[in-house]
Design a protein around this ligand. Structure first.
Ligand code: ADE
Length: 253
């Protein structure tokens, strides 16, 4: 099985790309796709750039041109729920597009002509990633020590909803409005629901894993950029290592 690996930023993908063996590099539509093997798994890895359109075109290309049978997206997100701390990990169940609003023609958040206000990740995939993140939190003592030195300790895993939109949320007013309007949402980012929509169109499973880099408040830009340069790539690679260990043992996942 060929698996697509996506992130939005080079910092989120560089460590993954460096770890791929027998790399072939293919350029399409302004993106570089890295095809090869990662921890025994055939993969195509790419960073999409930020935002829903860039993520959607990249996901479409992964499916149509490369024929990937599943996409795993890893990257950072801002916390919407007050229960989340920087360094926590969210595995998305439902993905909303918080900036989709075709009222009064449709319900707020409804994706036109789908009848849906969110896209769901099949529970089997959420559960497998849950096991992988559990193993990530159990292993990786050295990495966790490094995080603790940066005041990131007691990392929690959360399973729940995420919202995507073409907006970097960096004020409490916007964050609180999101929480009020989409109360099930744990975190906010800029790509996941777009990738989930493409995957829904093509019946390709998707898994979205986000690490909390900021609190989507006035400190978000500094916090997110520090986190992405210092930790995001290590998180993504270490989580994927655990995930591939599980799925290569059980071919059906
Ligand atoms: N990705 C990481 N932090 C974010 C935020 N605060 N808003 C949108 N996307 C993000």
């Amino acid at each position: 099985m060929l698996l697509g690996l996506m992130g939005a930023m080079p910092e989120e993908m560089n460590k993954i790309i460096a770890a791929i063996s027998n790399k072939e590099i293919i350029e399409r539509g302004g993106r570089l796709y890295y095809k090869g093997k990662l921890y025994g798994q055939e993969v195509v890895a790419v960073f999409s750039r930020w935002g829903k359109v860039a993520a959607a075109t990249t996901a479409t290309n992964l499916i149509v041109e490369f024929g990937v049978e599943k996409i795993v997206f890893t990257g950072i997100a801002g916390a919407i729920s007050p229960d989340l701390s920087i360094g926590d990990i969210v595995i998305a169940q439902h993905l909303f597009q918080h900036d989709m609003d075709a009222r009064p023609l449709m319900r707020r958040f409804e994706i036109p002509l789908t009848g849906k206000t969110s896209f769901e990740v099949p529970s089997v995939h959420v559960e497998t990633m849950q096991k992988a993140v559990h193993n990530f939190l159990k292993n990786n003592e050295k990495f966790r020590t490094k995080l603790a030195e940066h005041n990131i300790a007691h990392i929690q895993m959360h399973i729940g909803d995420a919202a995507s939109g073409d907006q970097f949320v960096s004020d409490k007013k916007t964050r609180n409005a999101l929480l009020r309007d989409l109360p099930s949402v744990l975190c906010v980012e800029m790509e996941g629901a777009a990738v989930a929509q493409v995957c829904d169109d093509y019946s390709v499973p998707v898994i979205i894993v986000r690490v909390i880099s900021d609190s989507a408040d006035e400190s978000a830009s500094v916090s997110a950029m520090n986190f992405v340069t210092q930790h995001a790539g290590d998180y993504s690679l270490a989580i994927l290592k655990e995930y591939f260990e599980l799925i290569t043992k059980s071919k059906s996942l």
